[in-house]
Write a protein that binds this ligand. Structure first.
Ligand SMILES: Cc1cc2nc3c(=O)[nH]c(=O)nc-3n(C[C@H](O)[C@H](O)[C@H](O)COP(=O)(O)OP(=O)(O)OC[C@H]3O[C@@H](n4cnc5c(N)ncnc54)[C@H](O)[C@@H]3O)c2cc1C
Length: 489
């Protein structure tokens, strides 16, 4: 039976950040992720905002880890190679009454040590954001954007580079306490670990239930988004937020530029019963459009190219106001089980700071000596589509697979698809390719490139078509061939 010092349940941004942080130490660390790749849960389905820390009450864990995490992003982005832009954000007030809320947020931010906050007149906001009309705006310069899946993949692959073992498509079904740690039952066998870290996101309560009666509930709250085509990238320069909705503990429907030039509209906030119901709905799409048109009236409906949703892991019900702090604690009944509970927004921002907190907590169990050979790699290089003509021609000469464009919308080459499929985690779904090189993310949403990616999977990676999955263990794309391929293919 394989034995580890630390087992992490969940390969979202939290599990991956913890794995990377722990990979600096002389520890045997394993991550169990039930999805076909890391970032299969909420970590891919959010706004991608590196929050500044103005929205959480001073003294809360949310405020502390958000502000600390925010400060770590610049260095992490340079080291690990994921994209980051400090675009800043405006929270806009329609009238004097809402301006009081801007004053309150500014005060909260200042107490949380968020620098550079300024309340501007509507005219000053318009100078920076010509499409936005408002009475006043709170300018938050330290808010940024990332591609959340790039960030998570960069953390996870760097952890692999430093010998963390990731078991994908491996669901933890049971935990048993032993004298020296835990037995971990999965669909790929039984493992042993001294410490277990519960980073299972929305499933955090299920993991606790494997050992003890949880003292909390999870109230899933879905947030739906619309994605606008890159053609509309000049609509805003920064993020534009309304004054937060008080009742639900959420930030409200906002307009967010993405690293790639698309614009996100959302998220909605709807308490639901099903942890897995990541659907999008016609009604909510309509509501989202109405709400963003309060901020920018002529947002075009025909600009929407896709929609998605994420589910907030809330520990407070709507009747309790929807807001609860993060819980990061070792179980009293089962020492060695460290639970990360209710890691909703700003969890993406807080992830690197939470990971540091976990490594501090582990000094109660291990002597935490650093490795001598810890390595760091920039996982994402310059994309073909971003290169100059000269750079492109040099690349094609060195590897002619870059001479073939596979995804026309995003200008992704066959070479880039092969690189994506050769990732350190061994993830091989169509969405693993999409999140690593953008093939399938453009206006046609994979209509053109899917067949070509499938051909690369078969020819270069010897995959059987029946094994090829879209994005989850159950999402096989093909049942077989209608006819066998000829010698020529
Ligand atoms: C609508 C929305 C918008 C948001 N916007 C932002 C934002 O802009 N900025 C920000 O900072 N934060 C934001 N957040 C919060 C952020 O997305 C989360 O805090 C973060 O993704 C939580 O990461 P996680 O790793 O805990 O969860 P997840 O990403 O859900 O990861 C948990 C993982 O555990 C796996 N798992 C579960 N059970 C098991 C099991 N039994 N065995 C094996 N694996 C298991 C799941 O497959 C999953 O991959 C937003 C969240 C939502 C929903």
């Amino acid at each position: 039976m394989k034995n580890f010092h630390v087992a992490i349940i969940g390969g979202g941004v939290i599990g991956s950040a913890v794995a990377w942080e722990l990979s600096k130490y002389k520890l045997d660390v394993v991550v169990f992720e039930k999805g076909v790749d890391v970032c299969s849960g909420n970590s891919k389905a959010n706004s991608g905002v590196v929050h500044s820390g103005i929205n959480s009450p001073p003294g809360s864990l949310k405020a502390r880890f958000c502000v600390q995490g925010n400060k770590m992003f610049q260095e992490l982005s340079e080291k690990l190679g994921f994209s980051l832009k400090w675009v800043g954000k405006y929270i806009i007030a329609k009238d004097e009454e809402e301006t009081n809320e801007l004053e309150r947020l500014k005060k909260v931010g200042e107490e949380n040590n968020v620098p550079g906050l300024e309340i501007l007149s509507g005219r000053e906001v318009k100078q920076k954001e010509p499409n936005v009309s408002c009475y006043r705006g709170l300018w938050v310069p330290t808010a940024g954007i990332v591609l959340p899946y790039e960030f998570t993949i960069a953390l996870a692959e760097n952890a692999v580079l430093n010998d963390v073992v990731f078991y994908l498509e491996t669901k933890v079904n049971g935990l048993k306490k032993t004298k020296d740690g835990f037995l971990i039952e999965t669909n790929k066998g039984v493992f042993q670990s001294r410490v277990v870290i519960n980073a299972a996101g929305l499933n955090c309560r299920d993991v606790v239930s494997m050992l003890e009666k949880p003292d909390f509930n999870v109230y899933p709250c879905r947030g739906e988004y619309l994605i606008l085509d890159k053609e509309y990238s000049s609509l805003v320069n920064s993020m534009i937020y309304p004054v937060p909705v008080k009742e639900l503990g959420v930030l409200g429907v906002h307009i967010t530029p993405t690293i790639e030039g698309n614009i996100l509209l959302g998220p909605s906030a709807e308490f639901i019963d099903d942890l897995e119901a990541t659907c999008t709905t016609r009604d909510m799409m309509k509501t989202l459009m109405e709400e963003v048109r309060v901020i920018i009236p002529d947002i075009p409906e025909e600009g929407v190219i896709s929609a998605y949703s994420g589910i907030r892991c809330k520990l407070a019900s709507p009747s309790e106001g929807g807001w609860a702090d993060f819980r990061i604690e070792e179980s009293r009944k089962n020492p060695g089980l460290i639970n990360l509970l209710g890691i909703e927004s700003p969890g993406l921002t807080a992830a690197p700071a939470i990971a540091k907190k976990i490594s501090d907590m582990l000094s109660d169990f291990f002597d935490m000596s650093l490795k001598d050979d810890f390595k760091t790699k920039r996982i994402f290089d310059k994309r073909f589509s971003e290169m100059s003509l000269d750079e492109k021609s040099k690349l094609v000469k060195s590897n002619n697979r870059h001479g073939r464009i596979i995804c026309r919308c995003e200008q992704v080459t066959e070479g880039e698809v092969i690189d994506a499929l050769s990732n350190l985690l061994g993830a091989k779904s169509l969405s693993s390719v999409k999140y690593r090189c953008r093939a399938g993310m453009g206006r046609c949403q994979g209509g053109f490139c899917t067949q070509h990616i499938v051909r690369v999977m078969e020819k270069n990676f010897d995959m059987d078509v029946k094994e090829i999955k879209l994005k989850s263990s159950e999402s096989n794309l093909f049942v077989g061939r209608t006819r066998e391929t000829s010698e020529e293919g």
